[in-house]
Design a protein around this ligand. Structure first.
Ligand code: 0RQ
Length: 507
């Protein structure tokens, strides 16, 4: 079973998950691998959760501060939140248990741009990392670690942690050796140099992670799958949203503002971005490129059909079927997929140089183009900003996508004023709903409002938005970005009080 460990000393450090978890002390800052349900440790977090539950049962306190790449899975976030084992979580989560704890005010959560995390740790902005727990697929003779289905912040965790626990997961294909590109050239200011990447498929680093074997306190063997959640089939609204965006991209090519094979695509995860990728498959584009955080099913299909030339990412978010496809044709995907550290996959310098087209989901947008991606009714966290801000601020184009209503039509995704701001009006070029597409480039605030109301709002809410805007243009304190302050968030308040944003006369 330890045929994946080729380093003599580290073979002797193999213990079971409970022994490894016992190395983690109450109050520690623990950094784990994992990005969108791939490459997270499968055994130690659950053993730690069991240990924490036993400690709590004796009436003793035991919580940790947990950092990862991005979201993980029930075996990690879920298990630790379930036993109230987390005091602080950063930089991203999407777990129902963790979310519940955060929104109940019991778990502190720091929601950070994913490109910022590694450098903030290097800058000393957060606690020192006591323990790193990182999944790999093999340990080579020289101690080099072969990464798995995500890289995330693993390089930084292994460099900075005081002690390291490695999980060697035999479920992860060793044939992935060679697909990763780990860049070790990021220095700290004032010693930083340009990152030597001119094209999204350039290789600038090494294929394995390094770690001082003396720091590796334990090695745990696992054989467990990634989360691999299924995707819903493309529904009618998602297909319409995809259609509007693809028409727009073709228009931009026709106008000479984009090359015929576009520019490197970044796509968020979820059903709407997946529908956009599915739409691109049959829209006549060729030679596309992807420089993104996550490769999901739609991107794998684009690679398979040859529409997409390559995809650079930091992690996979595959359905079980896509995972099977990836494994079956690994030799094909090896030469077309590059996995990098998230500080590189999301790096502002590179996103701007390459001219990425950012396509991300949103909860709500307001008349002026501000975007809320994270907070329902301004206070309840959904997931986190993730990498959307890295691409929205720095990309060639930033596109935000959503259906025009949520919760069976009781919520308008277009509101007078967003209840929380993740992406300001300055970082948003295009908003798309199933109703249509608002191209906000070069528009003043009032011009943007007219475009958003007429192209994106649902007919049930369009008149209400127009009425708000007309009265704001007449009565606002000033007329640059007209608002009626006592009313600006009244749609949200109405939903909280009555269960719908519709005024009673319209119900
Ligand atoms: O909740 O399932 O409880 O009904 O939000 O909404 O429509 O399924 O859309 O899965 O694409 O998620 C913004 C959350 C959209 C996502 C967000 C409710 C809705 C449902 C999900 P229910 P949908 P999606 C790459 C980039 C930030 C991170 C990011 C996201 C749930 O895109 O997390 O972009 N983005 N990362 O009912 C109240 C509204 C709502 C609403 C939707 N206006 N008000 N609830 N919902 N709109 C990945 C990484 O960075 C790792």
């Amino acid at each position: 079973p330890d045929s994946r460990i080729h380093h003599a000393t580290l073979r002797q450090r193999v213990v079971d998950a409970a022994h490894a978890a016992a190395l983690i002390q109450p109050g520690e800052t623990v950094a784990m691998s994992g990005f969108t349900g791939s490459g997270y440790p499968k055994a130690v977090p659950q053993a730690l959760a069991a240990h924490i539950a036993q400690t709590h049962a004796r009436g003793e306190a035991f919580r940790i501060q947990l950092l990862t790449g991005a979201s993980t899975a029930p075996e990690l976030d879920g298990a630790l939140a379930q036993v109230d084992g987390l005091a602080m979580r950063m930089p991203f989560q999407s777990d129902p248990n963790a979310r519940k704890q955060i929104n109940a005010g019991k778990l502190d959560y720091l929601d950070i741009h994913l490109s910022h995390v590694a450098q903030h740790v290097w800058f000393g902005f957060y606690n020192e990392i006591d323990t790193a727990v990182v999944e790999v697929s093999a340990i080579l003779e020289d101690g080099a670690l072969v990464p798995t289905t995500s890289v995330g912040n693993n390089k930084t965790w292994l460099d900075l942690a005081k002690k390291v626990i490695i999980e060697v997961n035999q479920w992860q294909p060793v044939e992935m050796l060679g697909m990763h590109d780990i860049y070790y050239g990021t220095a700290l200011p004032p010693h930083r140099l340009p990152i030597p990447m001119a094209h999204g498929d350039d290789r600038i680093g090494q294929t394995t992670l390094r770690c001082d074997p003396d720091k590796i306190a334990a090695v745990v063997l696992t054989d467990a799958p990634d989360r691999n959640s299924p995707f819903n089939p493309v529904d009618a609204d998602s297909a319409r949203i995809a259609g509007h965006l693809i028409d727009f991209l073709k228009h931009e090519v026709a106008r000479g503002r984009l090359p015929a094979n576009l520019l490197p695509l970044q796509s968020g995860v979820g059903n709407i971005p997946n529908a956009v990728l599915a739409g691109l498959a049959s829209s006549g584009f060729h030679g596309l490129e992807a420089y993104t955080e996550v490769i999901q099913d739609g991107m794998l299909e684009l690679l398979k059909s040859g529409v997409l030339r390559y995809a650079s990412c930091t992690g996979f978010a595959f359905s079980p079927e896509a995972n099977e496809e990836f494994r079956r044709n690994l030799a094909f995907y090896r030469s077309r997929i590059i996995l990098r550290s998230q500080e590189i996959s999301n790096h502002p310098e590179l996103v701007r140089r390459l001219g990425c087209i950012g396509m991300n989901g949103m909860l709500e947008a307001d008349l002026y183009g501000n975007i809320n991606s994270t907070h329902v009714m301004g206070s309840s966290i959904m997931n986190g900003i993730g990498g959307s801000g890295d691409f929205a601020r720095n990309g060639f184009l930033s596109v935000f996508l959503s259906t025009s209503t949520a919760k069976h039509g009781s919520i308008s995704s277009i509101v007078p004023m967003v209840s929380h701001v993740d992406h300001t009006e300055h970082d948003v070029a295009v908003i798309v709903t199933e109703q249509g597409l608002a191209d906000l480039r070069g528009l003043s605030p009032k011009q943007r409002a007219r475009a958003v109301i007429s192209h994106c709002a649902h007919p049930d809410y369009r008149d209400g938005l127009q009425d708000y805007f007309d009265r704001a243009c007449r009565d606002s304190y000033a007329k640059h970005t007209p608002h009626l302050l006592p009313e600006a968030l009244s749609w949200h308040q109405r939903w909280l009080q009555t269960g719908t944003m519709q005024p009673s006369a319209n119900r």
